[in-house]
Design a protein around this ligand. Structure first.
Ligand code: SAH
Length: 461
């Protein structure tokens, strides 16, 4: 299956920055059920096309090895390896997850901008329904074009194929286009390649919160997405029509569904506990993302002041939504400061707090920038307490859907083993005069430890 995304305009090579994929390279990603290749068939000033080619391993699927627990969901002869389906959506989050979240450190203004984009998707199953593509995509502002072939040109009497090649084009932000595809491709195809659990509701809503509620075909789309799971479809519709903020972030998506929420929750609880035990009354949440931790800290009486900062304006915007910033009660609002800042540039605004939290952030920093980050945090800002969490790479083999040696998220520059983390914390203590207590968070694997590791640093003297 092939998905192409074409950007037309000026300096269109910058699509490479937006997708975090270099236009001169062919990149291959191992998925548990095959491979995804990313390459650029066309690169020029006015027109650049990126392609995602999904190469599913039909035999693996049939044997039920990867991603299927019950000895195979699939027969040997079926359309699965050749049709755009939930496999494609899964590949999109794995390969273009950062672009999908709307983040682009190199060209943040371009990520925010509506661009002239065209997406072509091959072999989309519409069951011969001639209006489905139009119903799904036209209300989102796309021009829709479909192409349908005969099932077999040798036997015209067999009629037309139930698969289409779809082209949509419009003025749209890249992240919106990717999220539209993520939700709508599986709404065409009615089979899912994995067991659909209730967590899917969070995933669906997190990719559609800004657009699905106003979509005239929202109920149809959700029912098709949750085909054979009517109760989930109803819950999703109910939640979509509430305006509550949603709870799955890009960074969590590669963690397995069963543990995803609880691990995140356990991590935040453990951090909050450590903040309170440190006696802090002022905290800075560095790399705050959507401000989940900040939100919990604002609820605590002991905490008088919380500053949340992130390099990504988009994350800060999401945070404001999640925190209901515009209708926040005054007593809560006056405790809070939101600011954009990078942890790899010295910044006097990081100083003056009792405690700094750096939760699941260090693994996003370029290894070359870590020494700068160390000095900025432990030498210049130098709070009494620093609480830092990061994944434990050893635990990754417990993630069924994560191929060996792959990190939990495409934006992670590294993940440390327990030993590597301890070596780093020892170095911090020696270099900057701190002591550190290590703690494991999440279910502990007897051999590989827990999924998250936390260091609580306290300044000596
Ligand atoms: N702490 C949050 C978010 C973790 S995701 C949580 O636990 O939910 C990592 C976050 O780090 C992202 O929001 C990303 O934008 C931010 N980040 C990455 N590099 C950064 C940098 N150099 N400076 C500040 N924030 C950064």
């Amino acid at each position: 299956m092939l998905l192409t995304i074409t950007y037309q305009g000026e300096h269109t090579q910058e699509l490479g920055y937006l997708l975090y994929k270099h236009p001169d390279k062919i990149q291959t990603f191992e998925l548990s059920y095959g491979k995804a290749h990313v390459f650029y068939p066309e690169v020029s000033e006015q027109k650049t096309m990126a392609a995602l080619l999904l190469d599913l391993n039909a035999i693996e699927l049939a044997r039920g090895k990867a991603g299927s627990k019950e000895g195979g969901l699939f027969d040997y002869v079926n359309d699965r390896p050749y049709v755009s389906s939930s496999f494609m959506s899964n590949a999109l989050t794995r390969v273009f997850g950062t672009a999908m979240s709307g983040r682009c450190d190199e060209r943040p203004e371009l990520a925010e901008k509506k661009l002239h984009l065209t997406a072509c998707i091959s072999a989309l199953y519409d069951g011969g329904n001639p209006s489905l593509a139009e119903e799904c995509f036209a209300p989102l502002g796309y021009e829709v074009h479909t192409e349908r072939n005969l099932l077999d040109p040798m036997f015209p009497e067999w009629g037309e194929s139930p698969y289409i090649n779809l082209t949509i084009s419009g003025e749209v932000r890249l992240s919106d286009l990717l999220n539209h595809l993520y939700v709508l491709i599986p709404a065409f195809d009615r089979q899912k390649h994995y067991y659909v659990s209730e967590d899917e509701i969070d995933k669906l809503l997190s990719h559609s919160e800004s657009w699905l509620a106003d979509h005239p075909a929202k109920e149809k789309i959700i029912h098709r997405y949750f085909y054979q799971r009517k109760s989930y479809a109803h819950k999703a519709i109910d939640r979509l029509l509430e305006t509550e903020p949603l709870s799955v972030t890009e960074s969590e998506e590669s963690e397995p569904t069963e543990q995803k929420k609880s691990l995140n929750q356990q991590r935040l609880e453990a951090v909050k506990q450590a903040v309170l035990e440190s006696g802090a009354s002022s905290v800075i949440d560095l790399g705050c993302g959507e401000c989940r931790l900040t939100s919990m800290l604002l609820d605590e009486k002991q905490i008088q002041k919380v500053t949340a900062c992130d390099v990504s304006v988009r994350e800060l915007e999401k945070a404001m939504q999640r925190l209901h910033y515009d209708r926040m009660p005054a007593y809560r609002k006056q405790k809070l400061t939101l600011m954009q800042a990078s942890l790899t540039y010295k910044d006097h605004r990081f100083s003056g707090y009792d405690c700094a939290c750096v939760i699941e952030v260090i693994e996003h920093l370029e290894p070359l920038r870590i020494p700068a980050f160390e000095r900025i945090l432990f030498e210049f800002a130098a709070p009494r307490t620093v609480i830092l969490t990061t994944p434990n790479r050893e635990y990754n083999c417990n993630y069924e859907f994560l191929p060996a040696e792959q990190l939990r998220h495409e934006d992670h520059r590294f993940e440390w083993t327990r030993n590597e983390f301890q070596t780093w914390t020892d170095h911090i203590c020696n270099a900057f005069g701190y002591t550190c207590e290590l703690q494991e968070i999440g279910e502990i694997d007897p051999q590989y430890g827990a999924p998250t590791q936390m260091g609580v640093f306290t300044k000596c003297g």
